[in-house]
Ligand binder design. Structure first.
Ligand code: YXS
Length: 259
């Protein structure tokens, strides 16, 4: 059963997340399928790519596949983690990627949506950044994705509370480009994609890459990076990290002790 469906209409391509049994949780297999589709569309010179779930989905994506998170003693979001690879693929894709969102966006899927170049969402869309709910020490480039999507204070609220924010609030904060009634969302997203696709693709891909480089231009000394990694190791080696994963699997609320 394919985990994504892909479509092509002229210069506009579409990738549809299709793992409903696990609410489009981003497993290695699902991420590999998305990354492969992005690569193919880049080779075929698609000029805009829409990343979406099935029409009417209550959940756009439930985030990282928790069953694939390490039990502990290993960075859960290291360079080779599928979620990290997906973020890089979206950012490095020469064509703009438009996240078309209905339903809930959870955890690492929030970073996927925020890494996309534009976000259009229906009023029922919500965005929840959930590491604190699981005891996961999110990684530095991921935190920068969030910081590039919204102000420091909003990032702190989303990260510390792990609670969803509505599409209306996300639009008012400039986190998403447009909130559009569900019935109009698809037409709106593809009109946007077409408007992009008729412009100069070389100029757009170079401006996209410039913006990626500028948005990531935050020098961090080796000493600071090593300090961050040491702090994160304390977290993913902690009892709380193990408890967060266990509680998710046992479908119960976690009991964090701070150890
Ligand atoms: O019980 P079965 O076997 O049918 O499986 C259930 C869920 O366990 C499964 N599922 C997931 N499996 C792996 N990873 C996930 N992230 C995940 N989410 C869900 O899918 C089956 C149907 O789920 P169910 O019954 O809960 O569906 P629902 O429609 O009632 O609720 C949908 C959600 C999305 C509200 C609910 O599934 C949920 O709260 N999921 C977890 C959302 C979340 O906390 N995601 C963060 C994952 S960790 C991550 O992204 C980063 C590492 S971090 O934490 O740092 O941001």
């Amino acid at each position: 059963m394919p985990l994504v469906e892909t479509k092509r209409d002229g210069a506009v391509a579409t990738i549809i997340l299709d793992r409903p049994s696990r609410r489009n949780a981003l497993s290695t297999d699902l991420v590999d399928a998305i990354v492969e589709a992005l690569g193919c569309f880049a080779q075929e010179k698609a000029r805009a790519i829409v990343l979406r779930a099935r029409p009417g989905a209550a959940v756009w994506s439930a985030g990282h596949d928790v069953d694939e998170l390490p039990e502990g003693r290993r960075d859960p979001l290291g360079w080779d983690d599928p979620l990290r690879a997906l973020i890089r693929s979206i950012e490095e894709c020469p064509a703009p990627v438009i996240a078309m969102i209905e339903g809930g966006v959870w955890g690492g899927a929030c970073e996927v949506a925020f890494a996309c170049d534009l976000i259009v969402a229906s009023p029922n869309a919500t965005f929840a950044v959930t590491p604190a709910k699981l005891g996961v020490p999110y990684n530095v480039s991921g935190m920068l994705t969030f910081l590039n999507a919204c102000s420091l204070r909003i990032v702190k609220e989303m990260v510390f509370t792990a609670k969803p924010i509505s599409a209306a609030r996300a639009e008012s904060l400039g986190i998403i480009n447009h909130m559009v009634p569900a019935d109009d969302l698809e037409a709106f997203a593809y009109t946007l994609a077409t408007e992009i696709s008729i412009n100069a693709p070389l100029a757009i891909s170079v401006m996209k890459e410039q913006l990626r480089m500028l948005a990531g231009a935050h020098p961090m000394s080796p000493r600071r990076f090593e300090r961050v990694q040491g702090l994160r190791r304390i977290v993913y080696d902690s009892d709380d990290y193990a408890e967060g994963i266990r509680a998710f699997r046992e479908k119960r609320a976690p009991k964090f002790t701070g150890r």
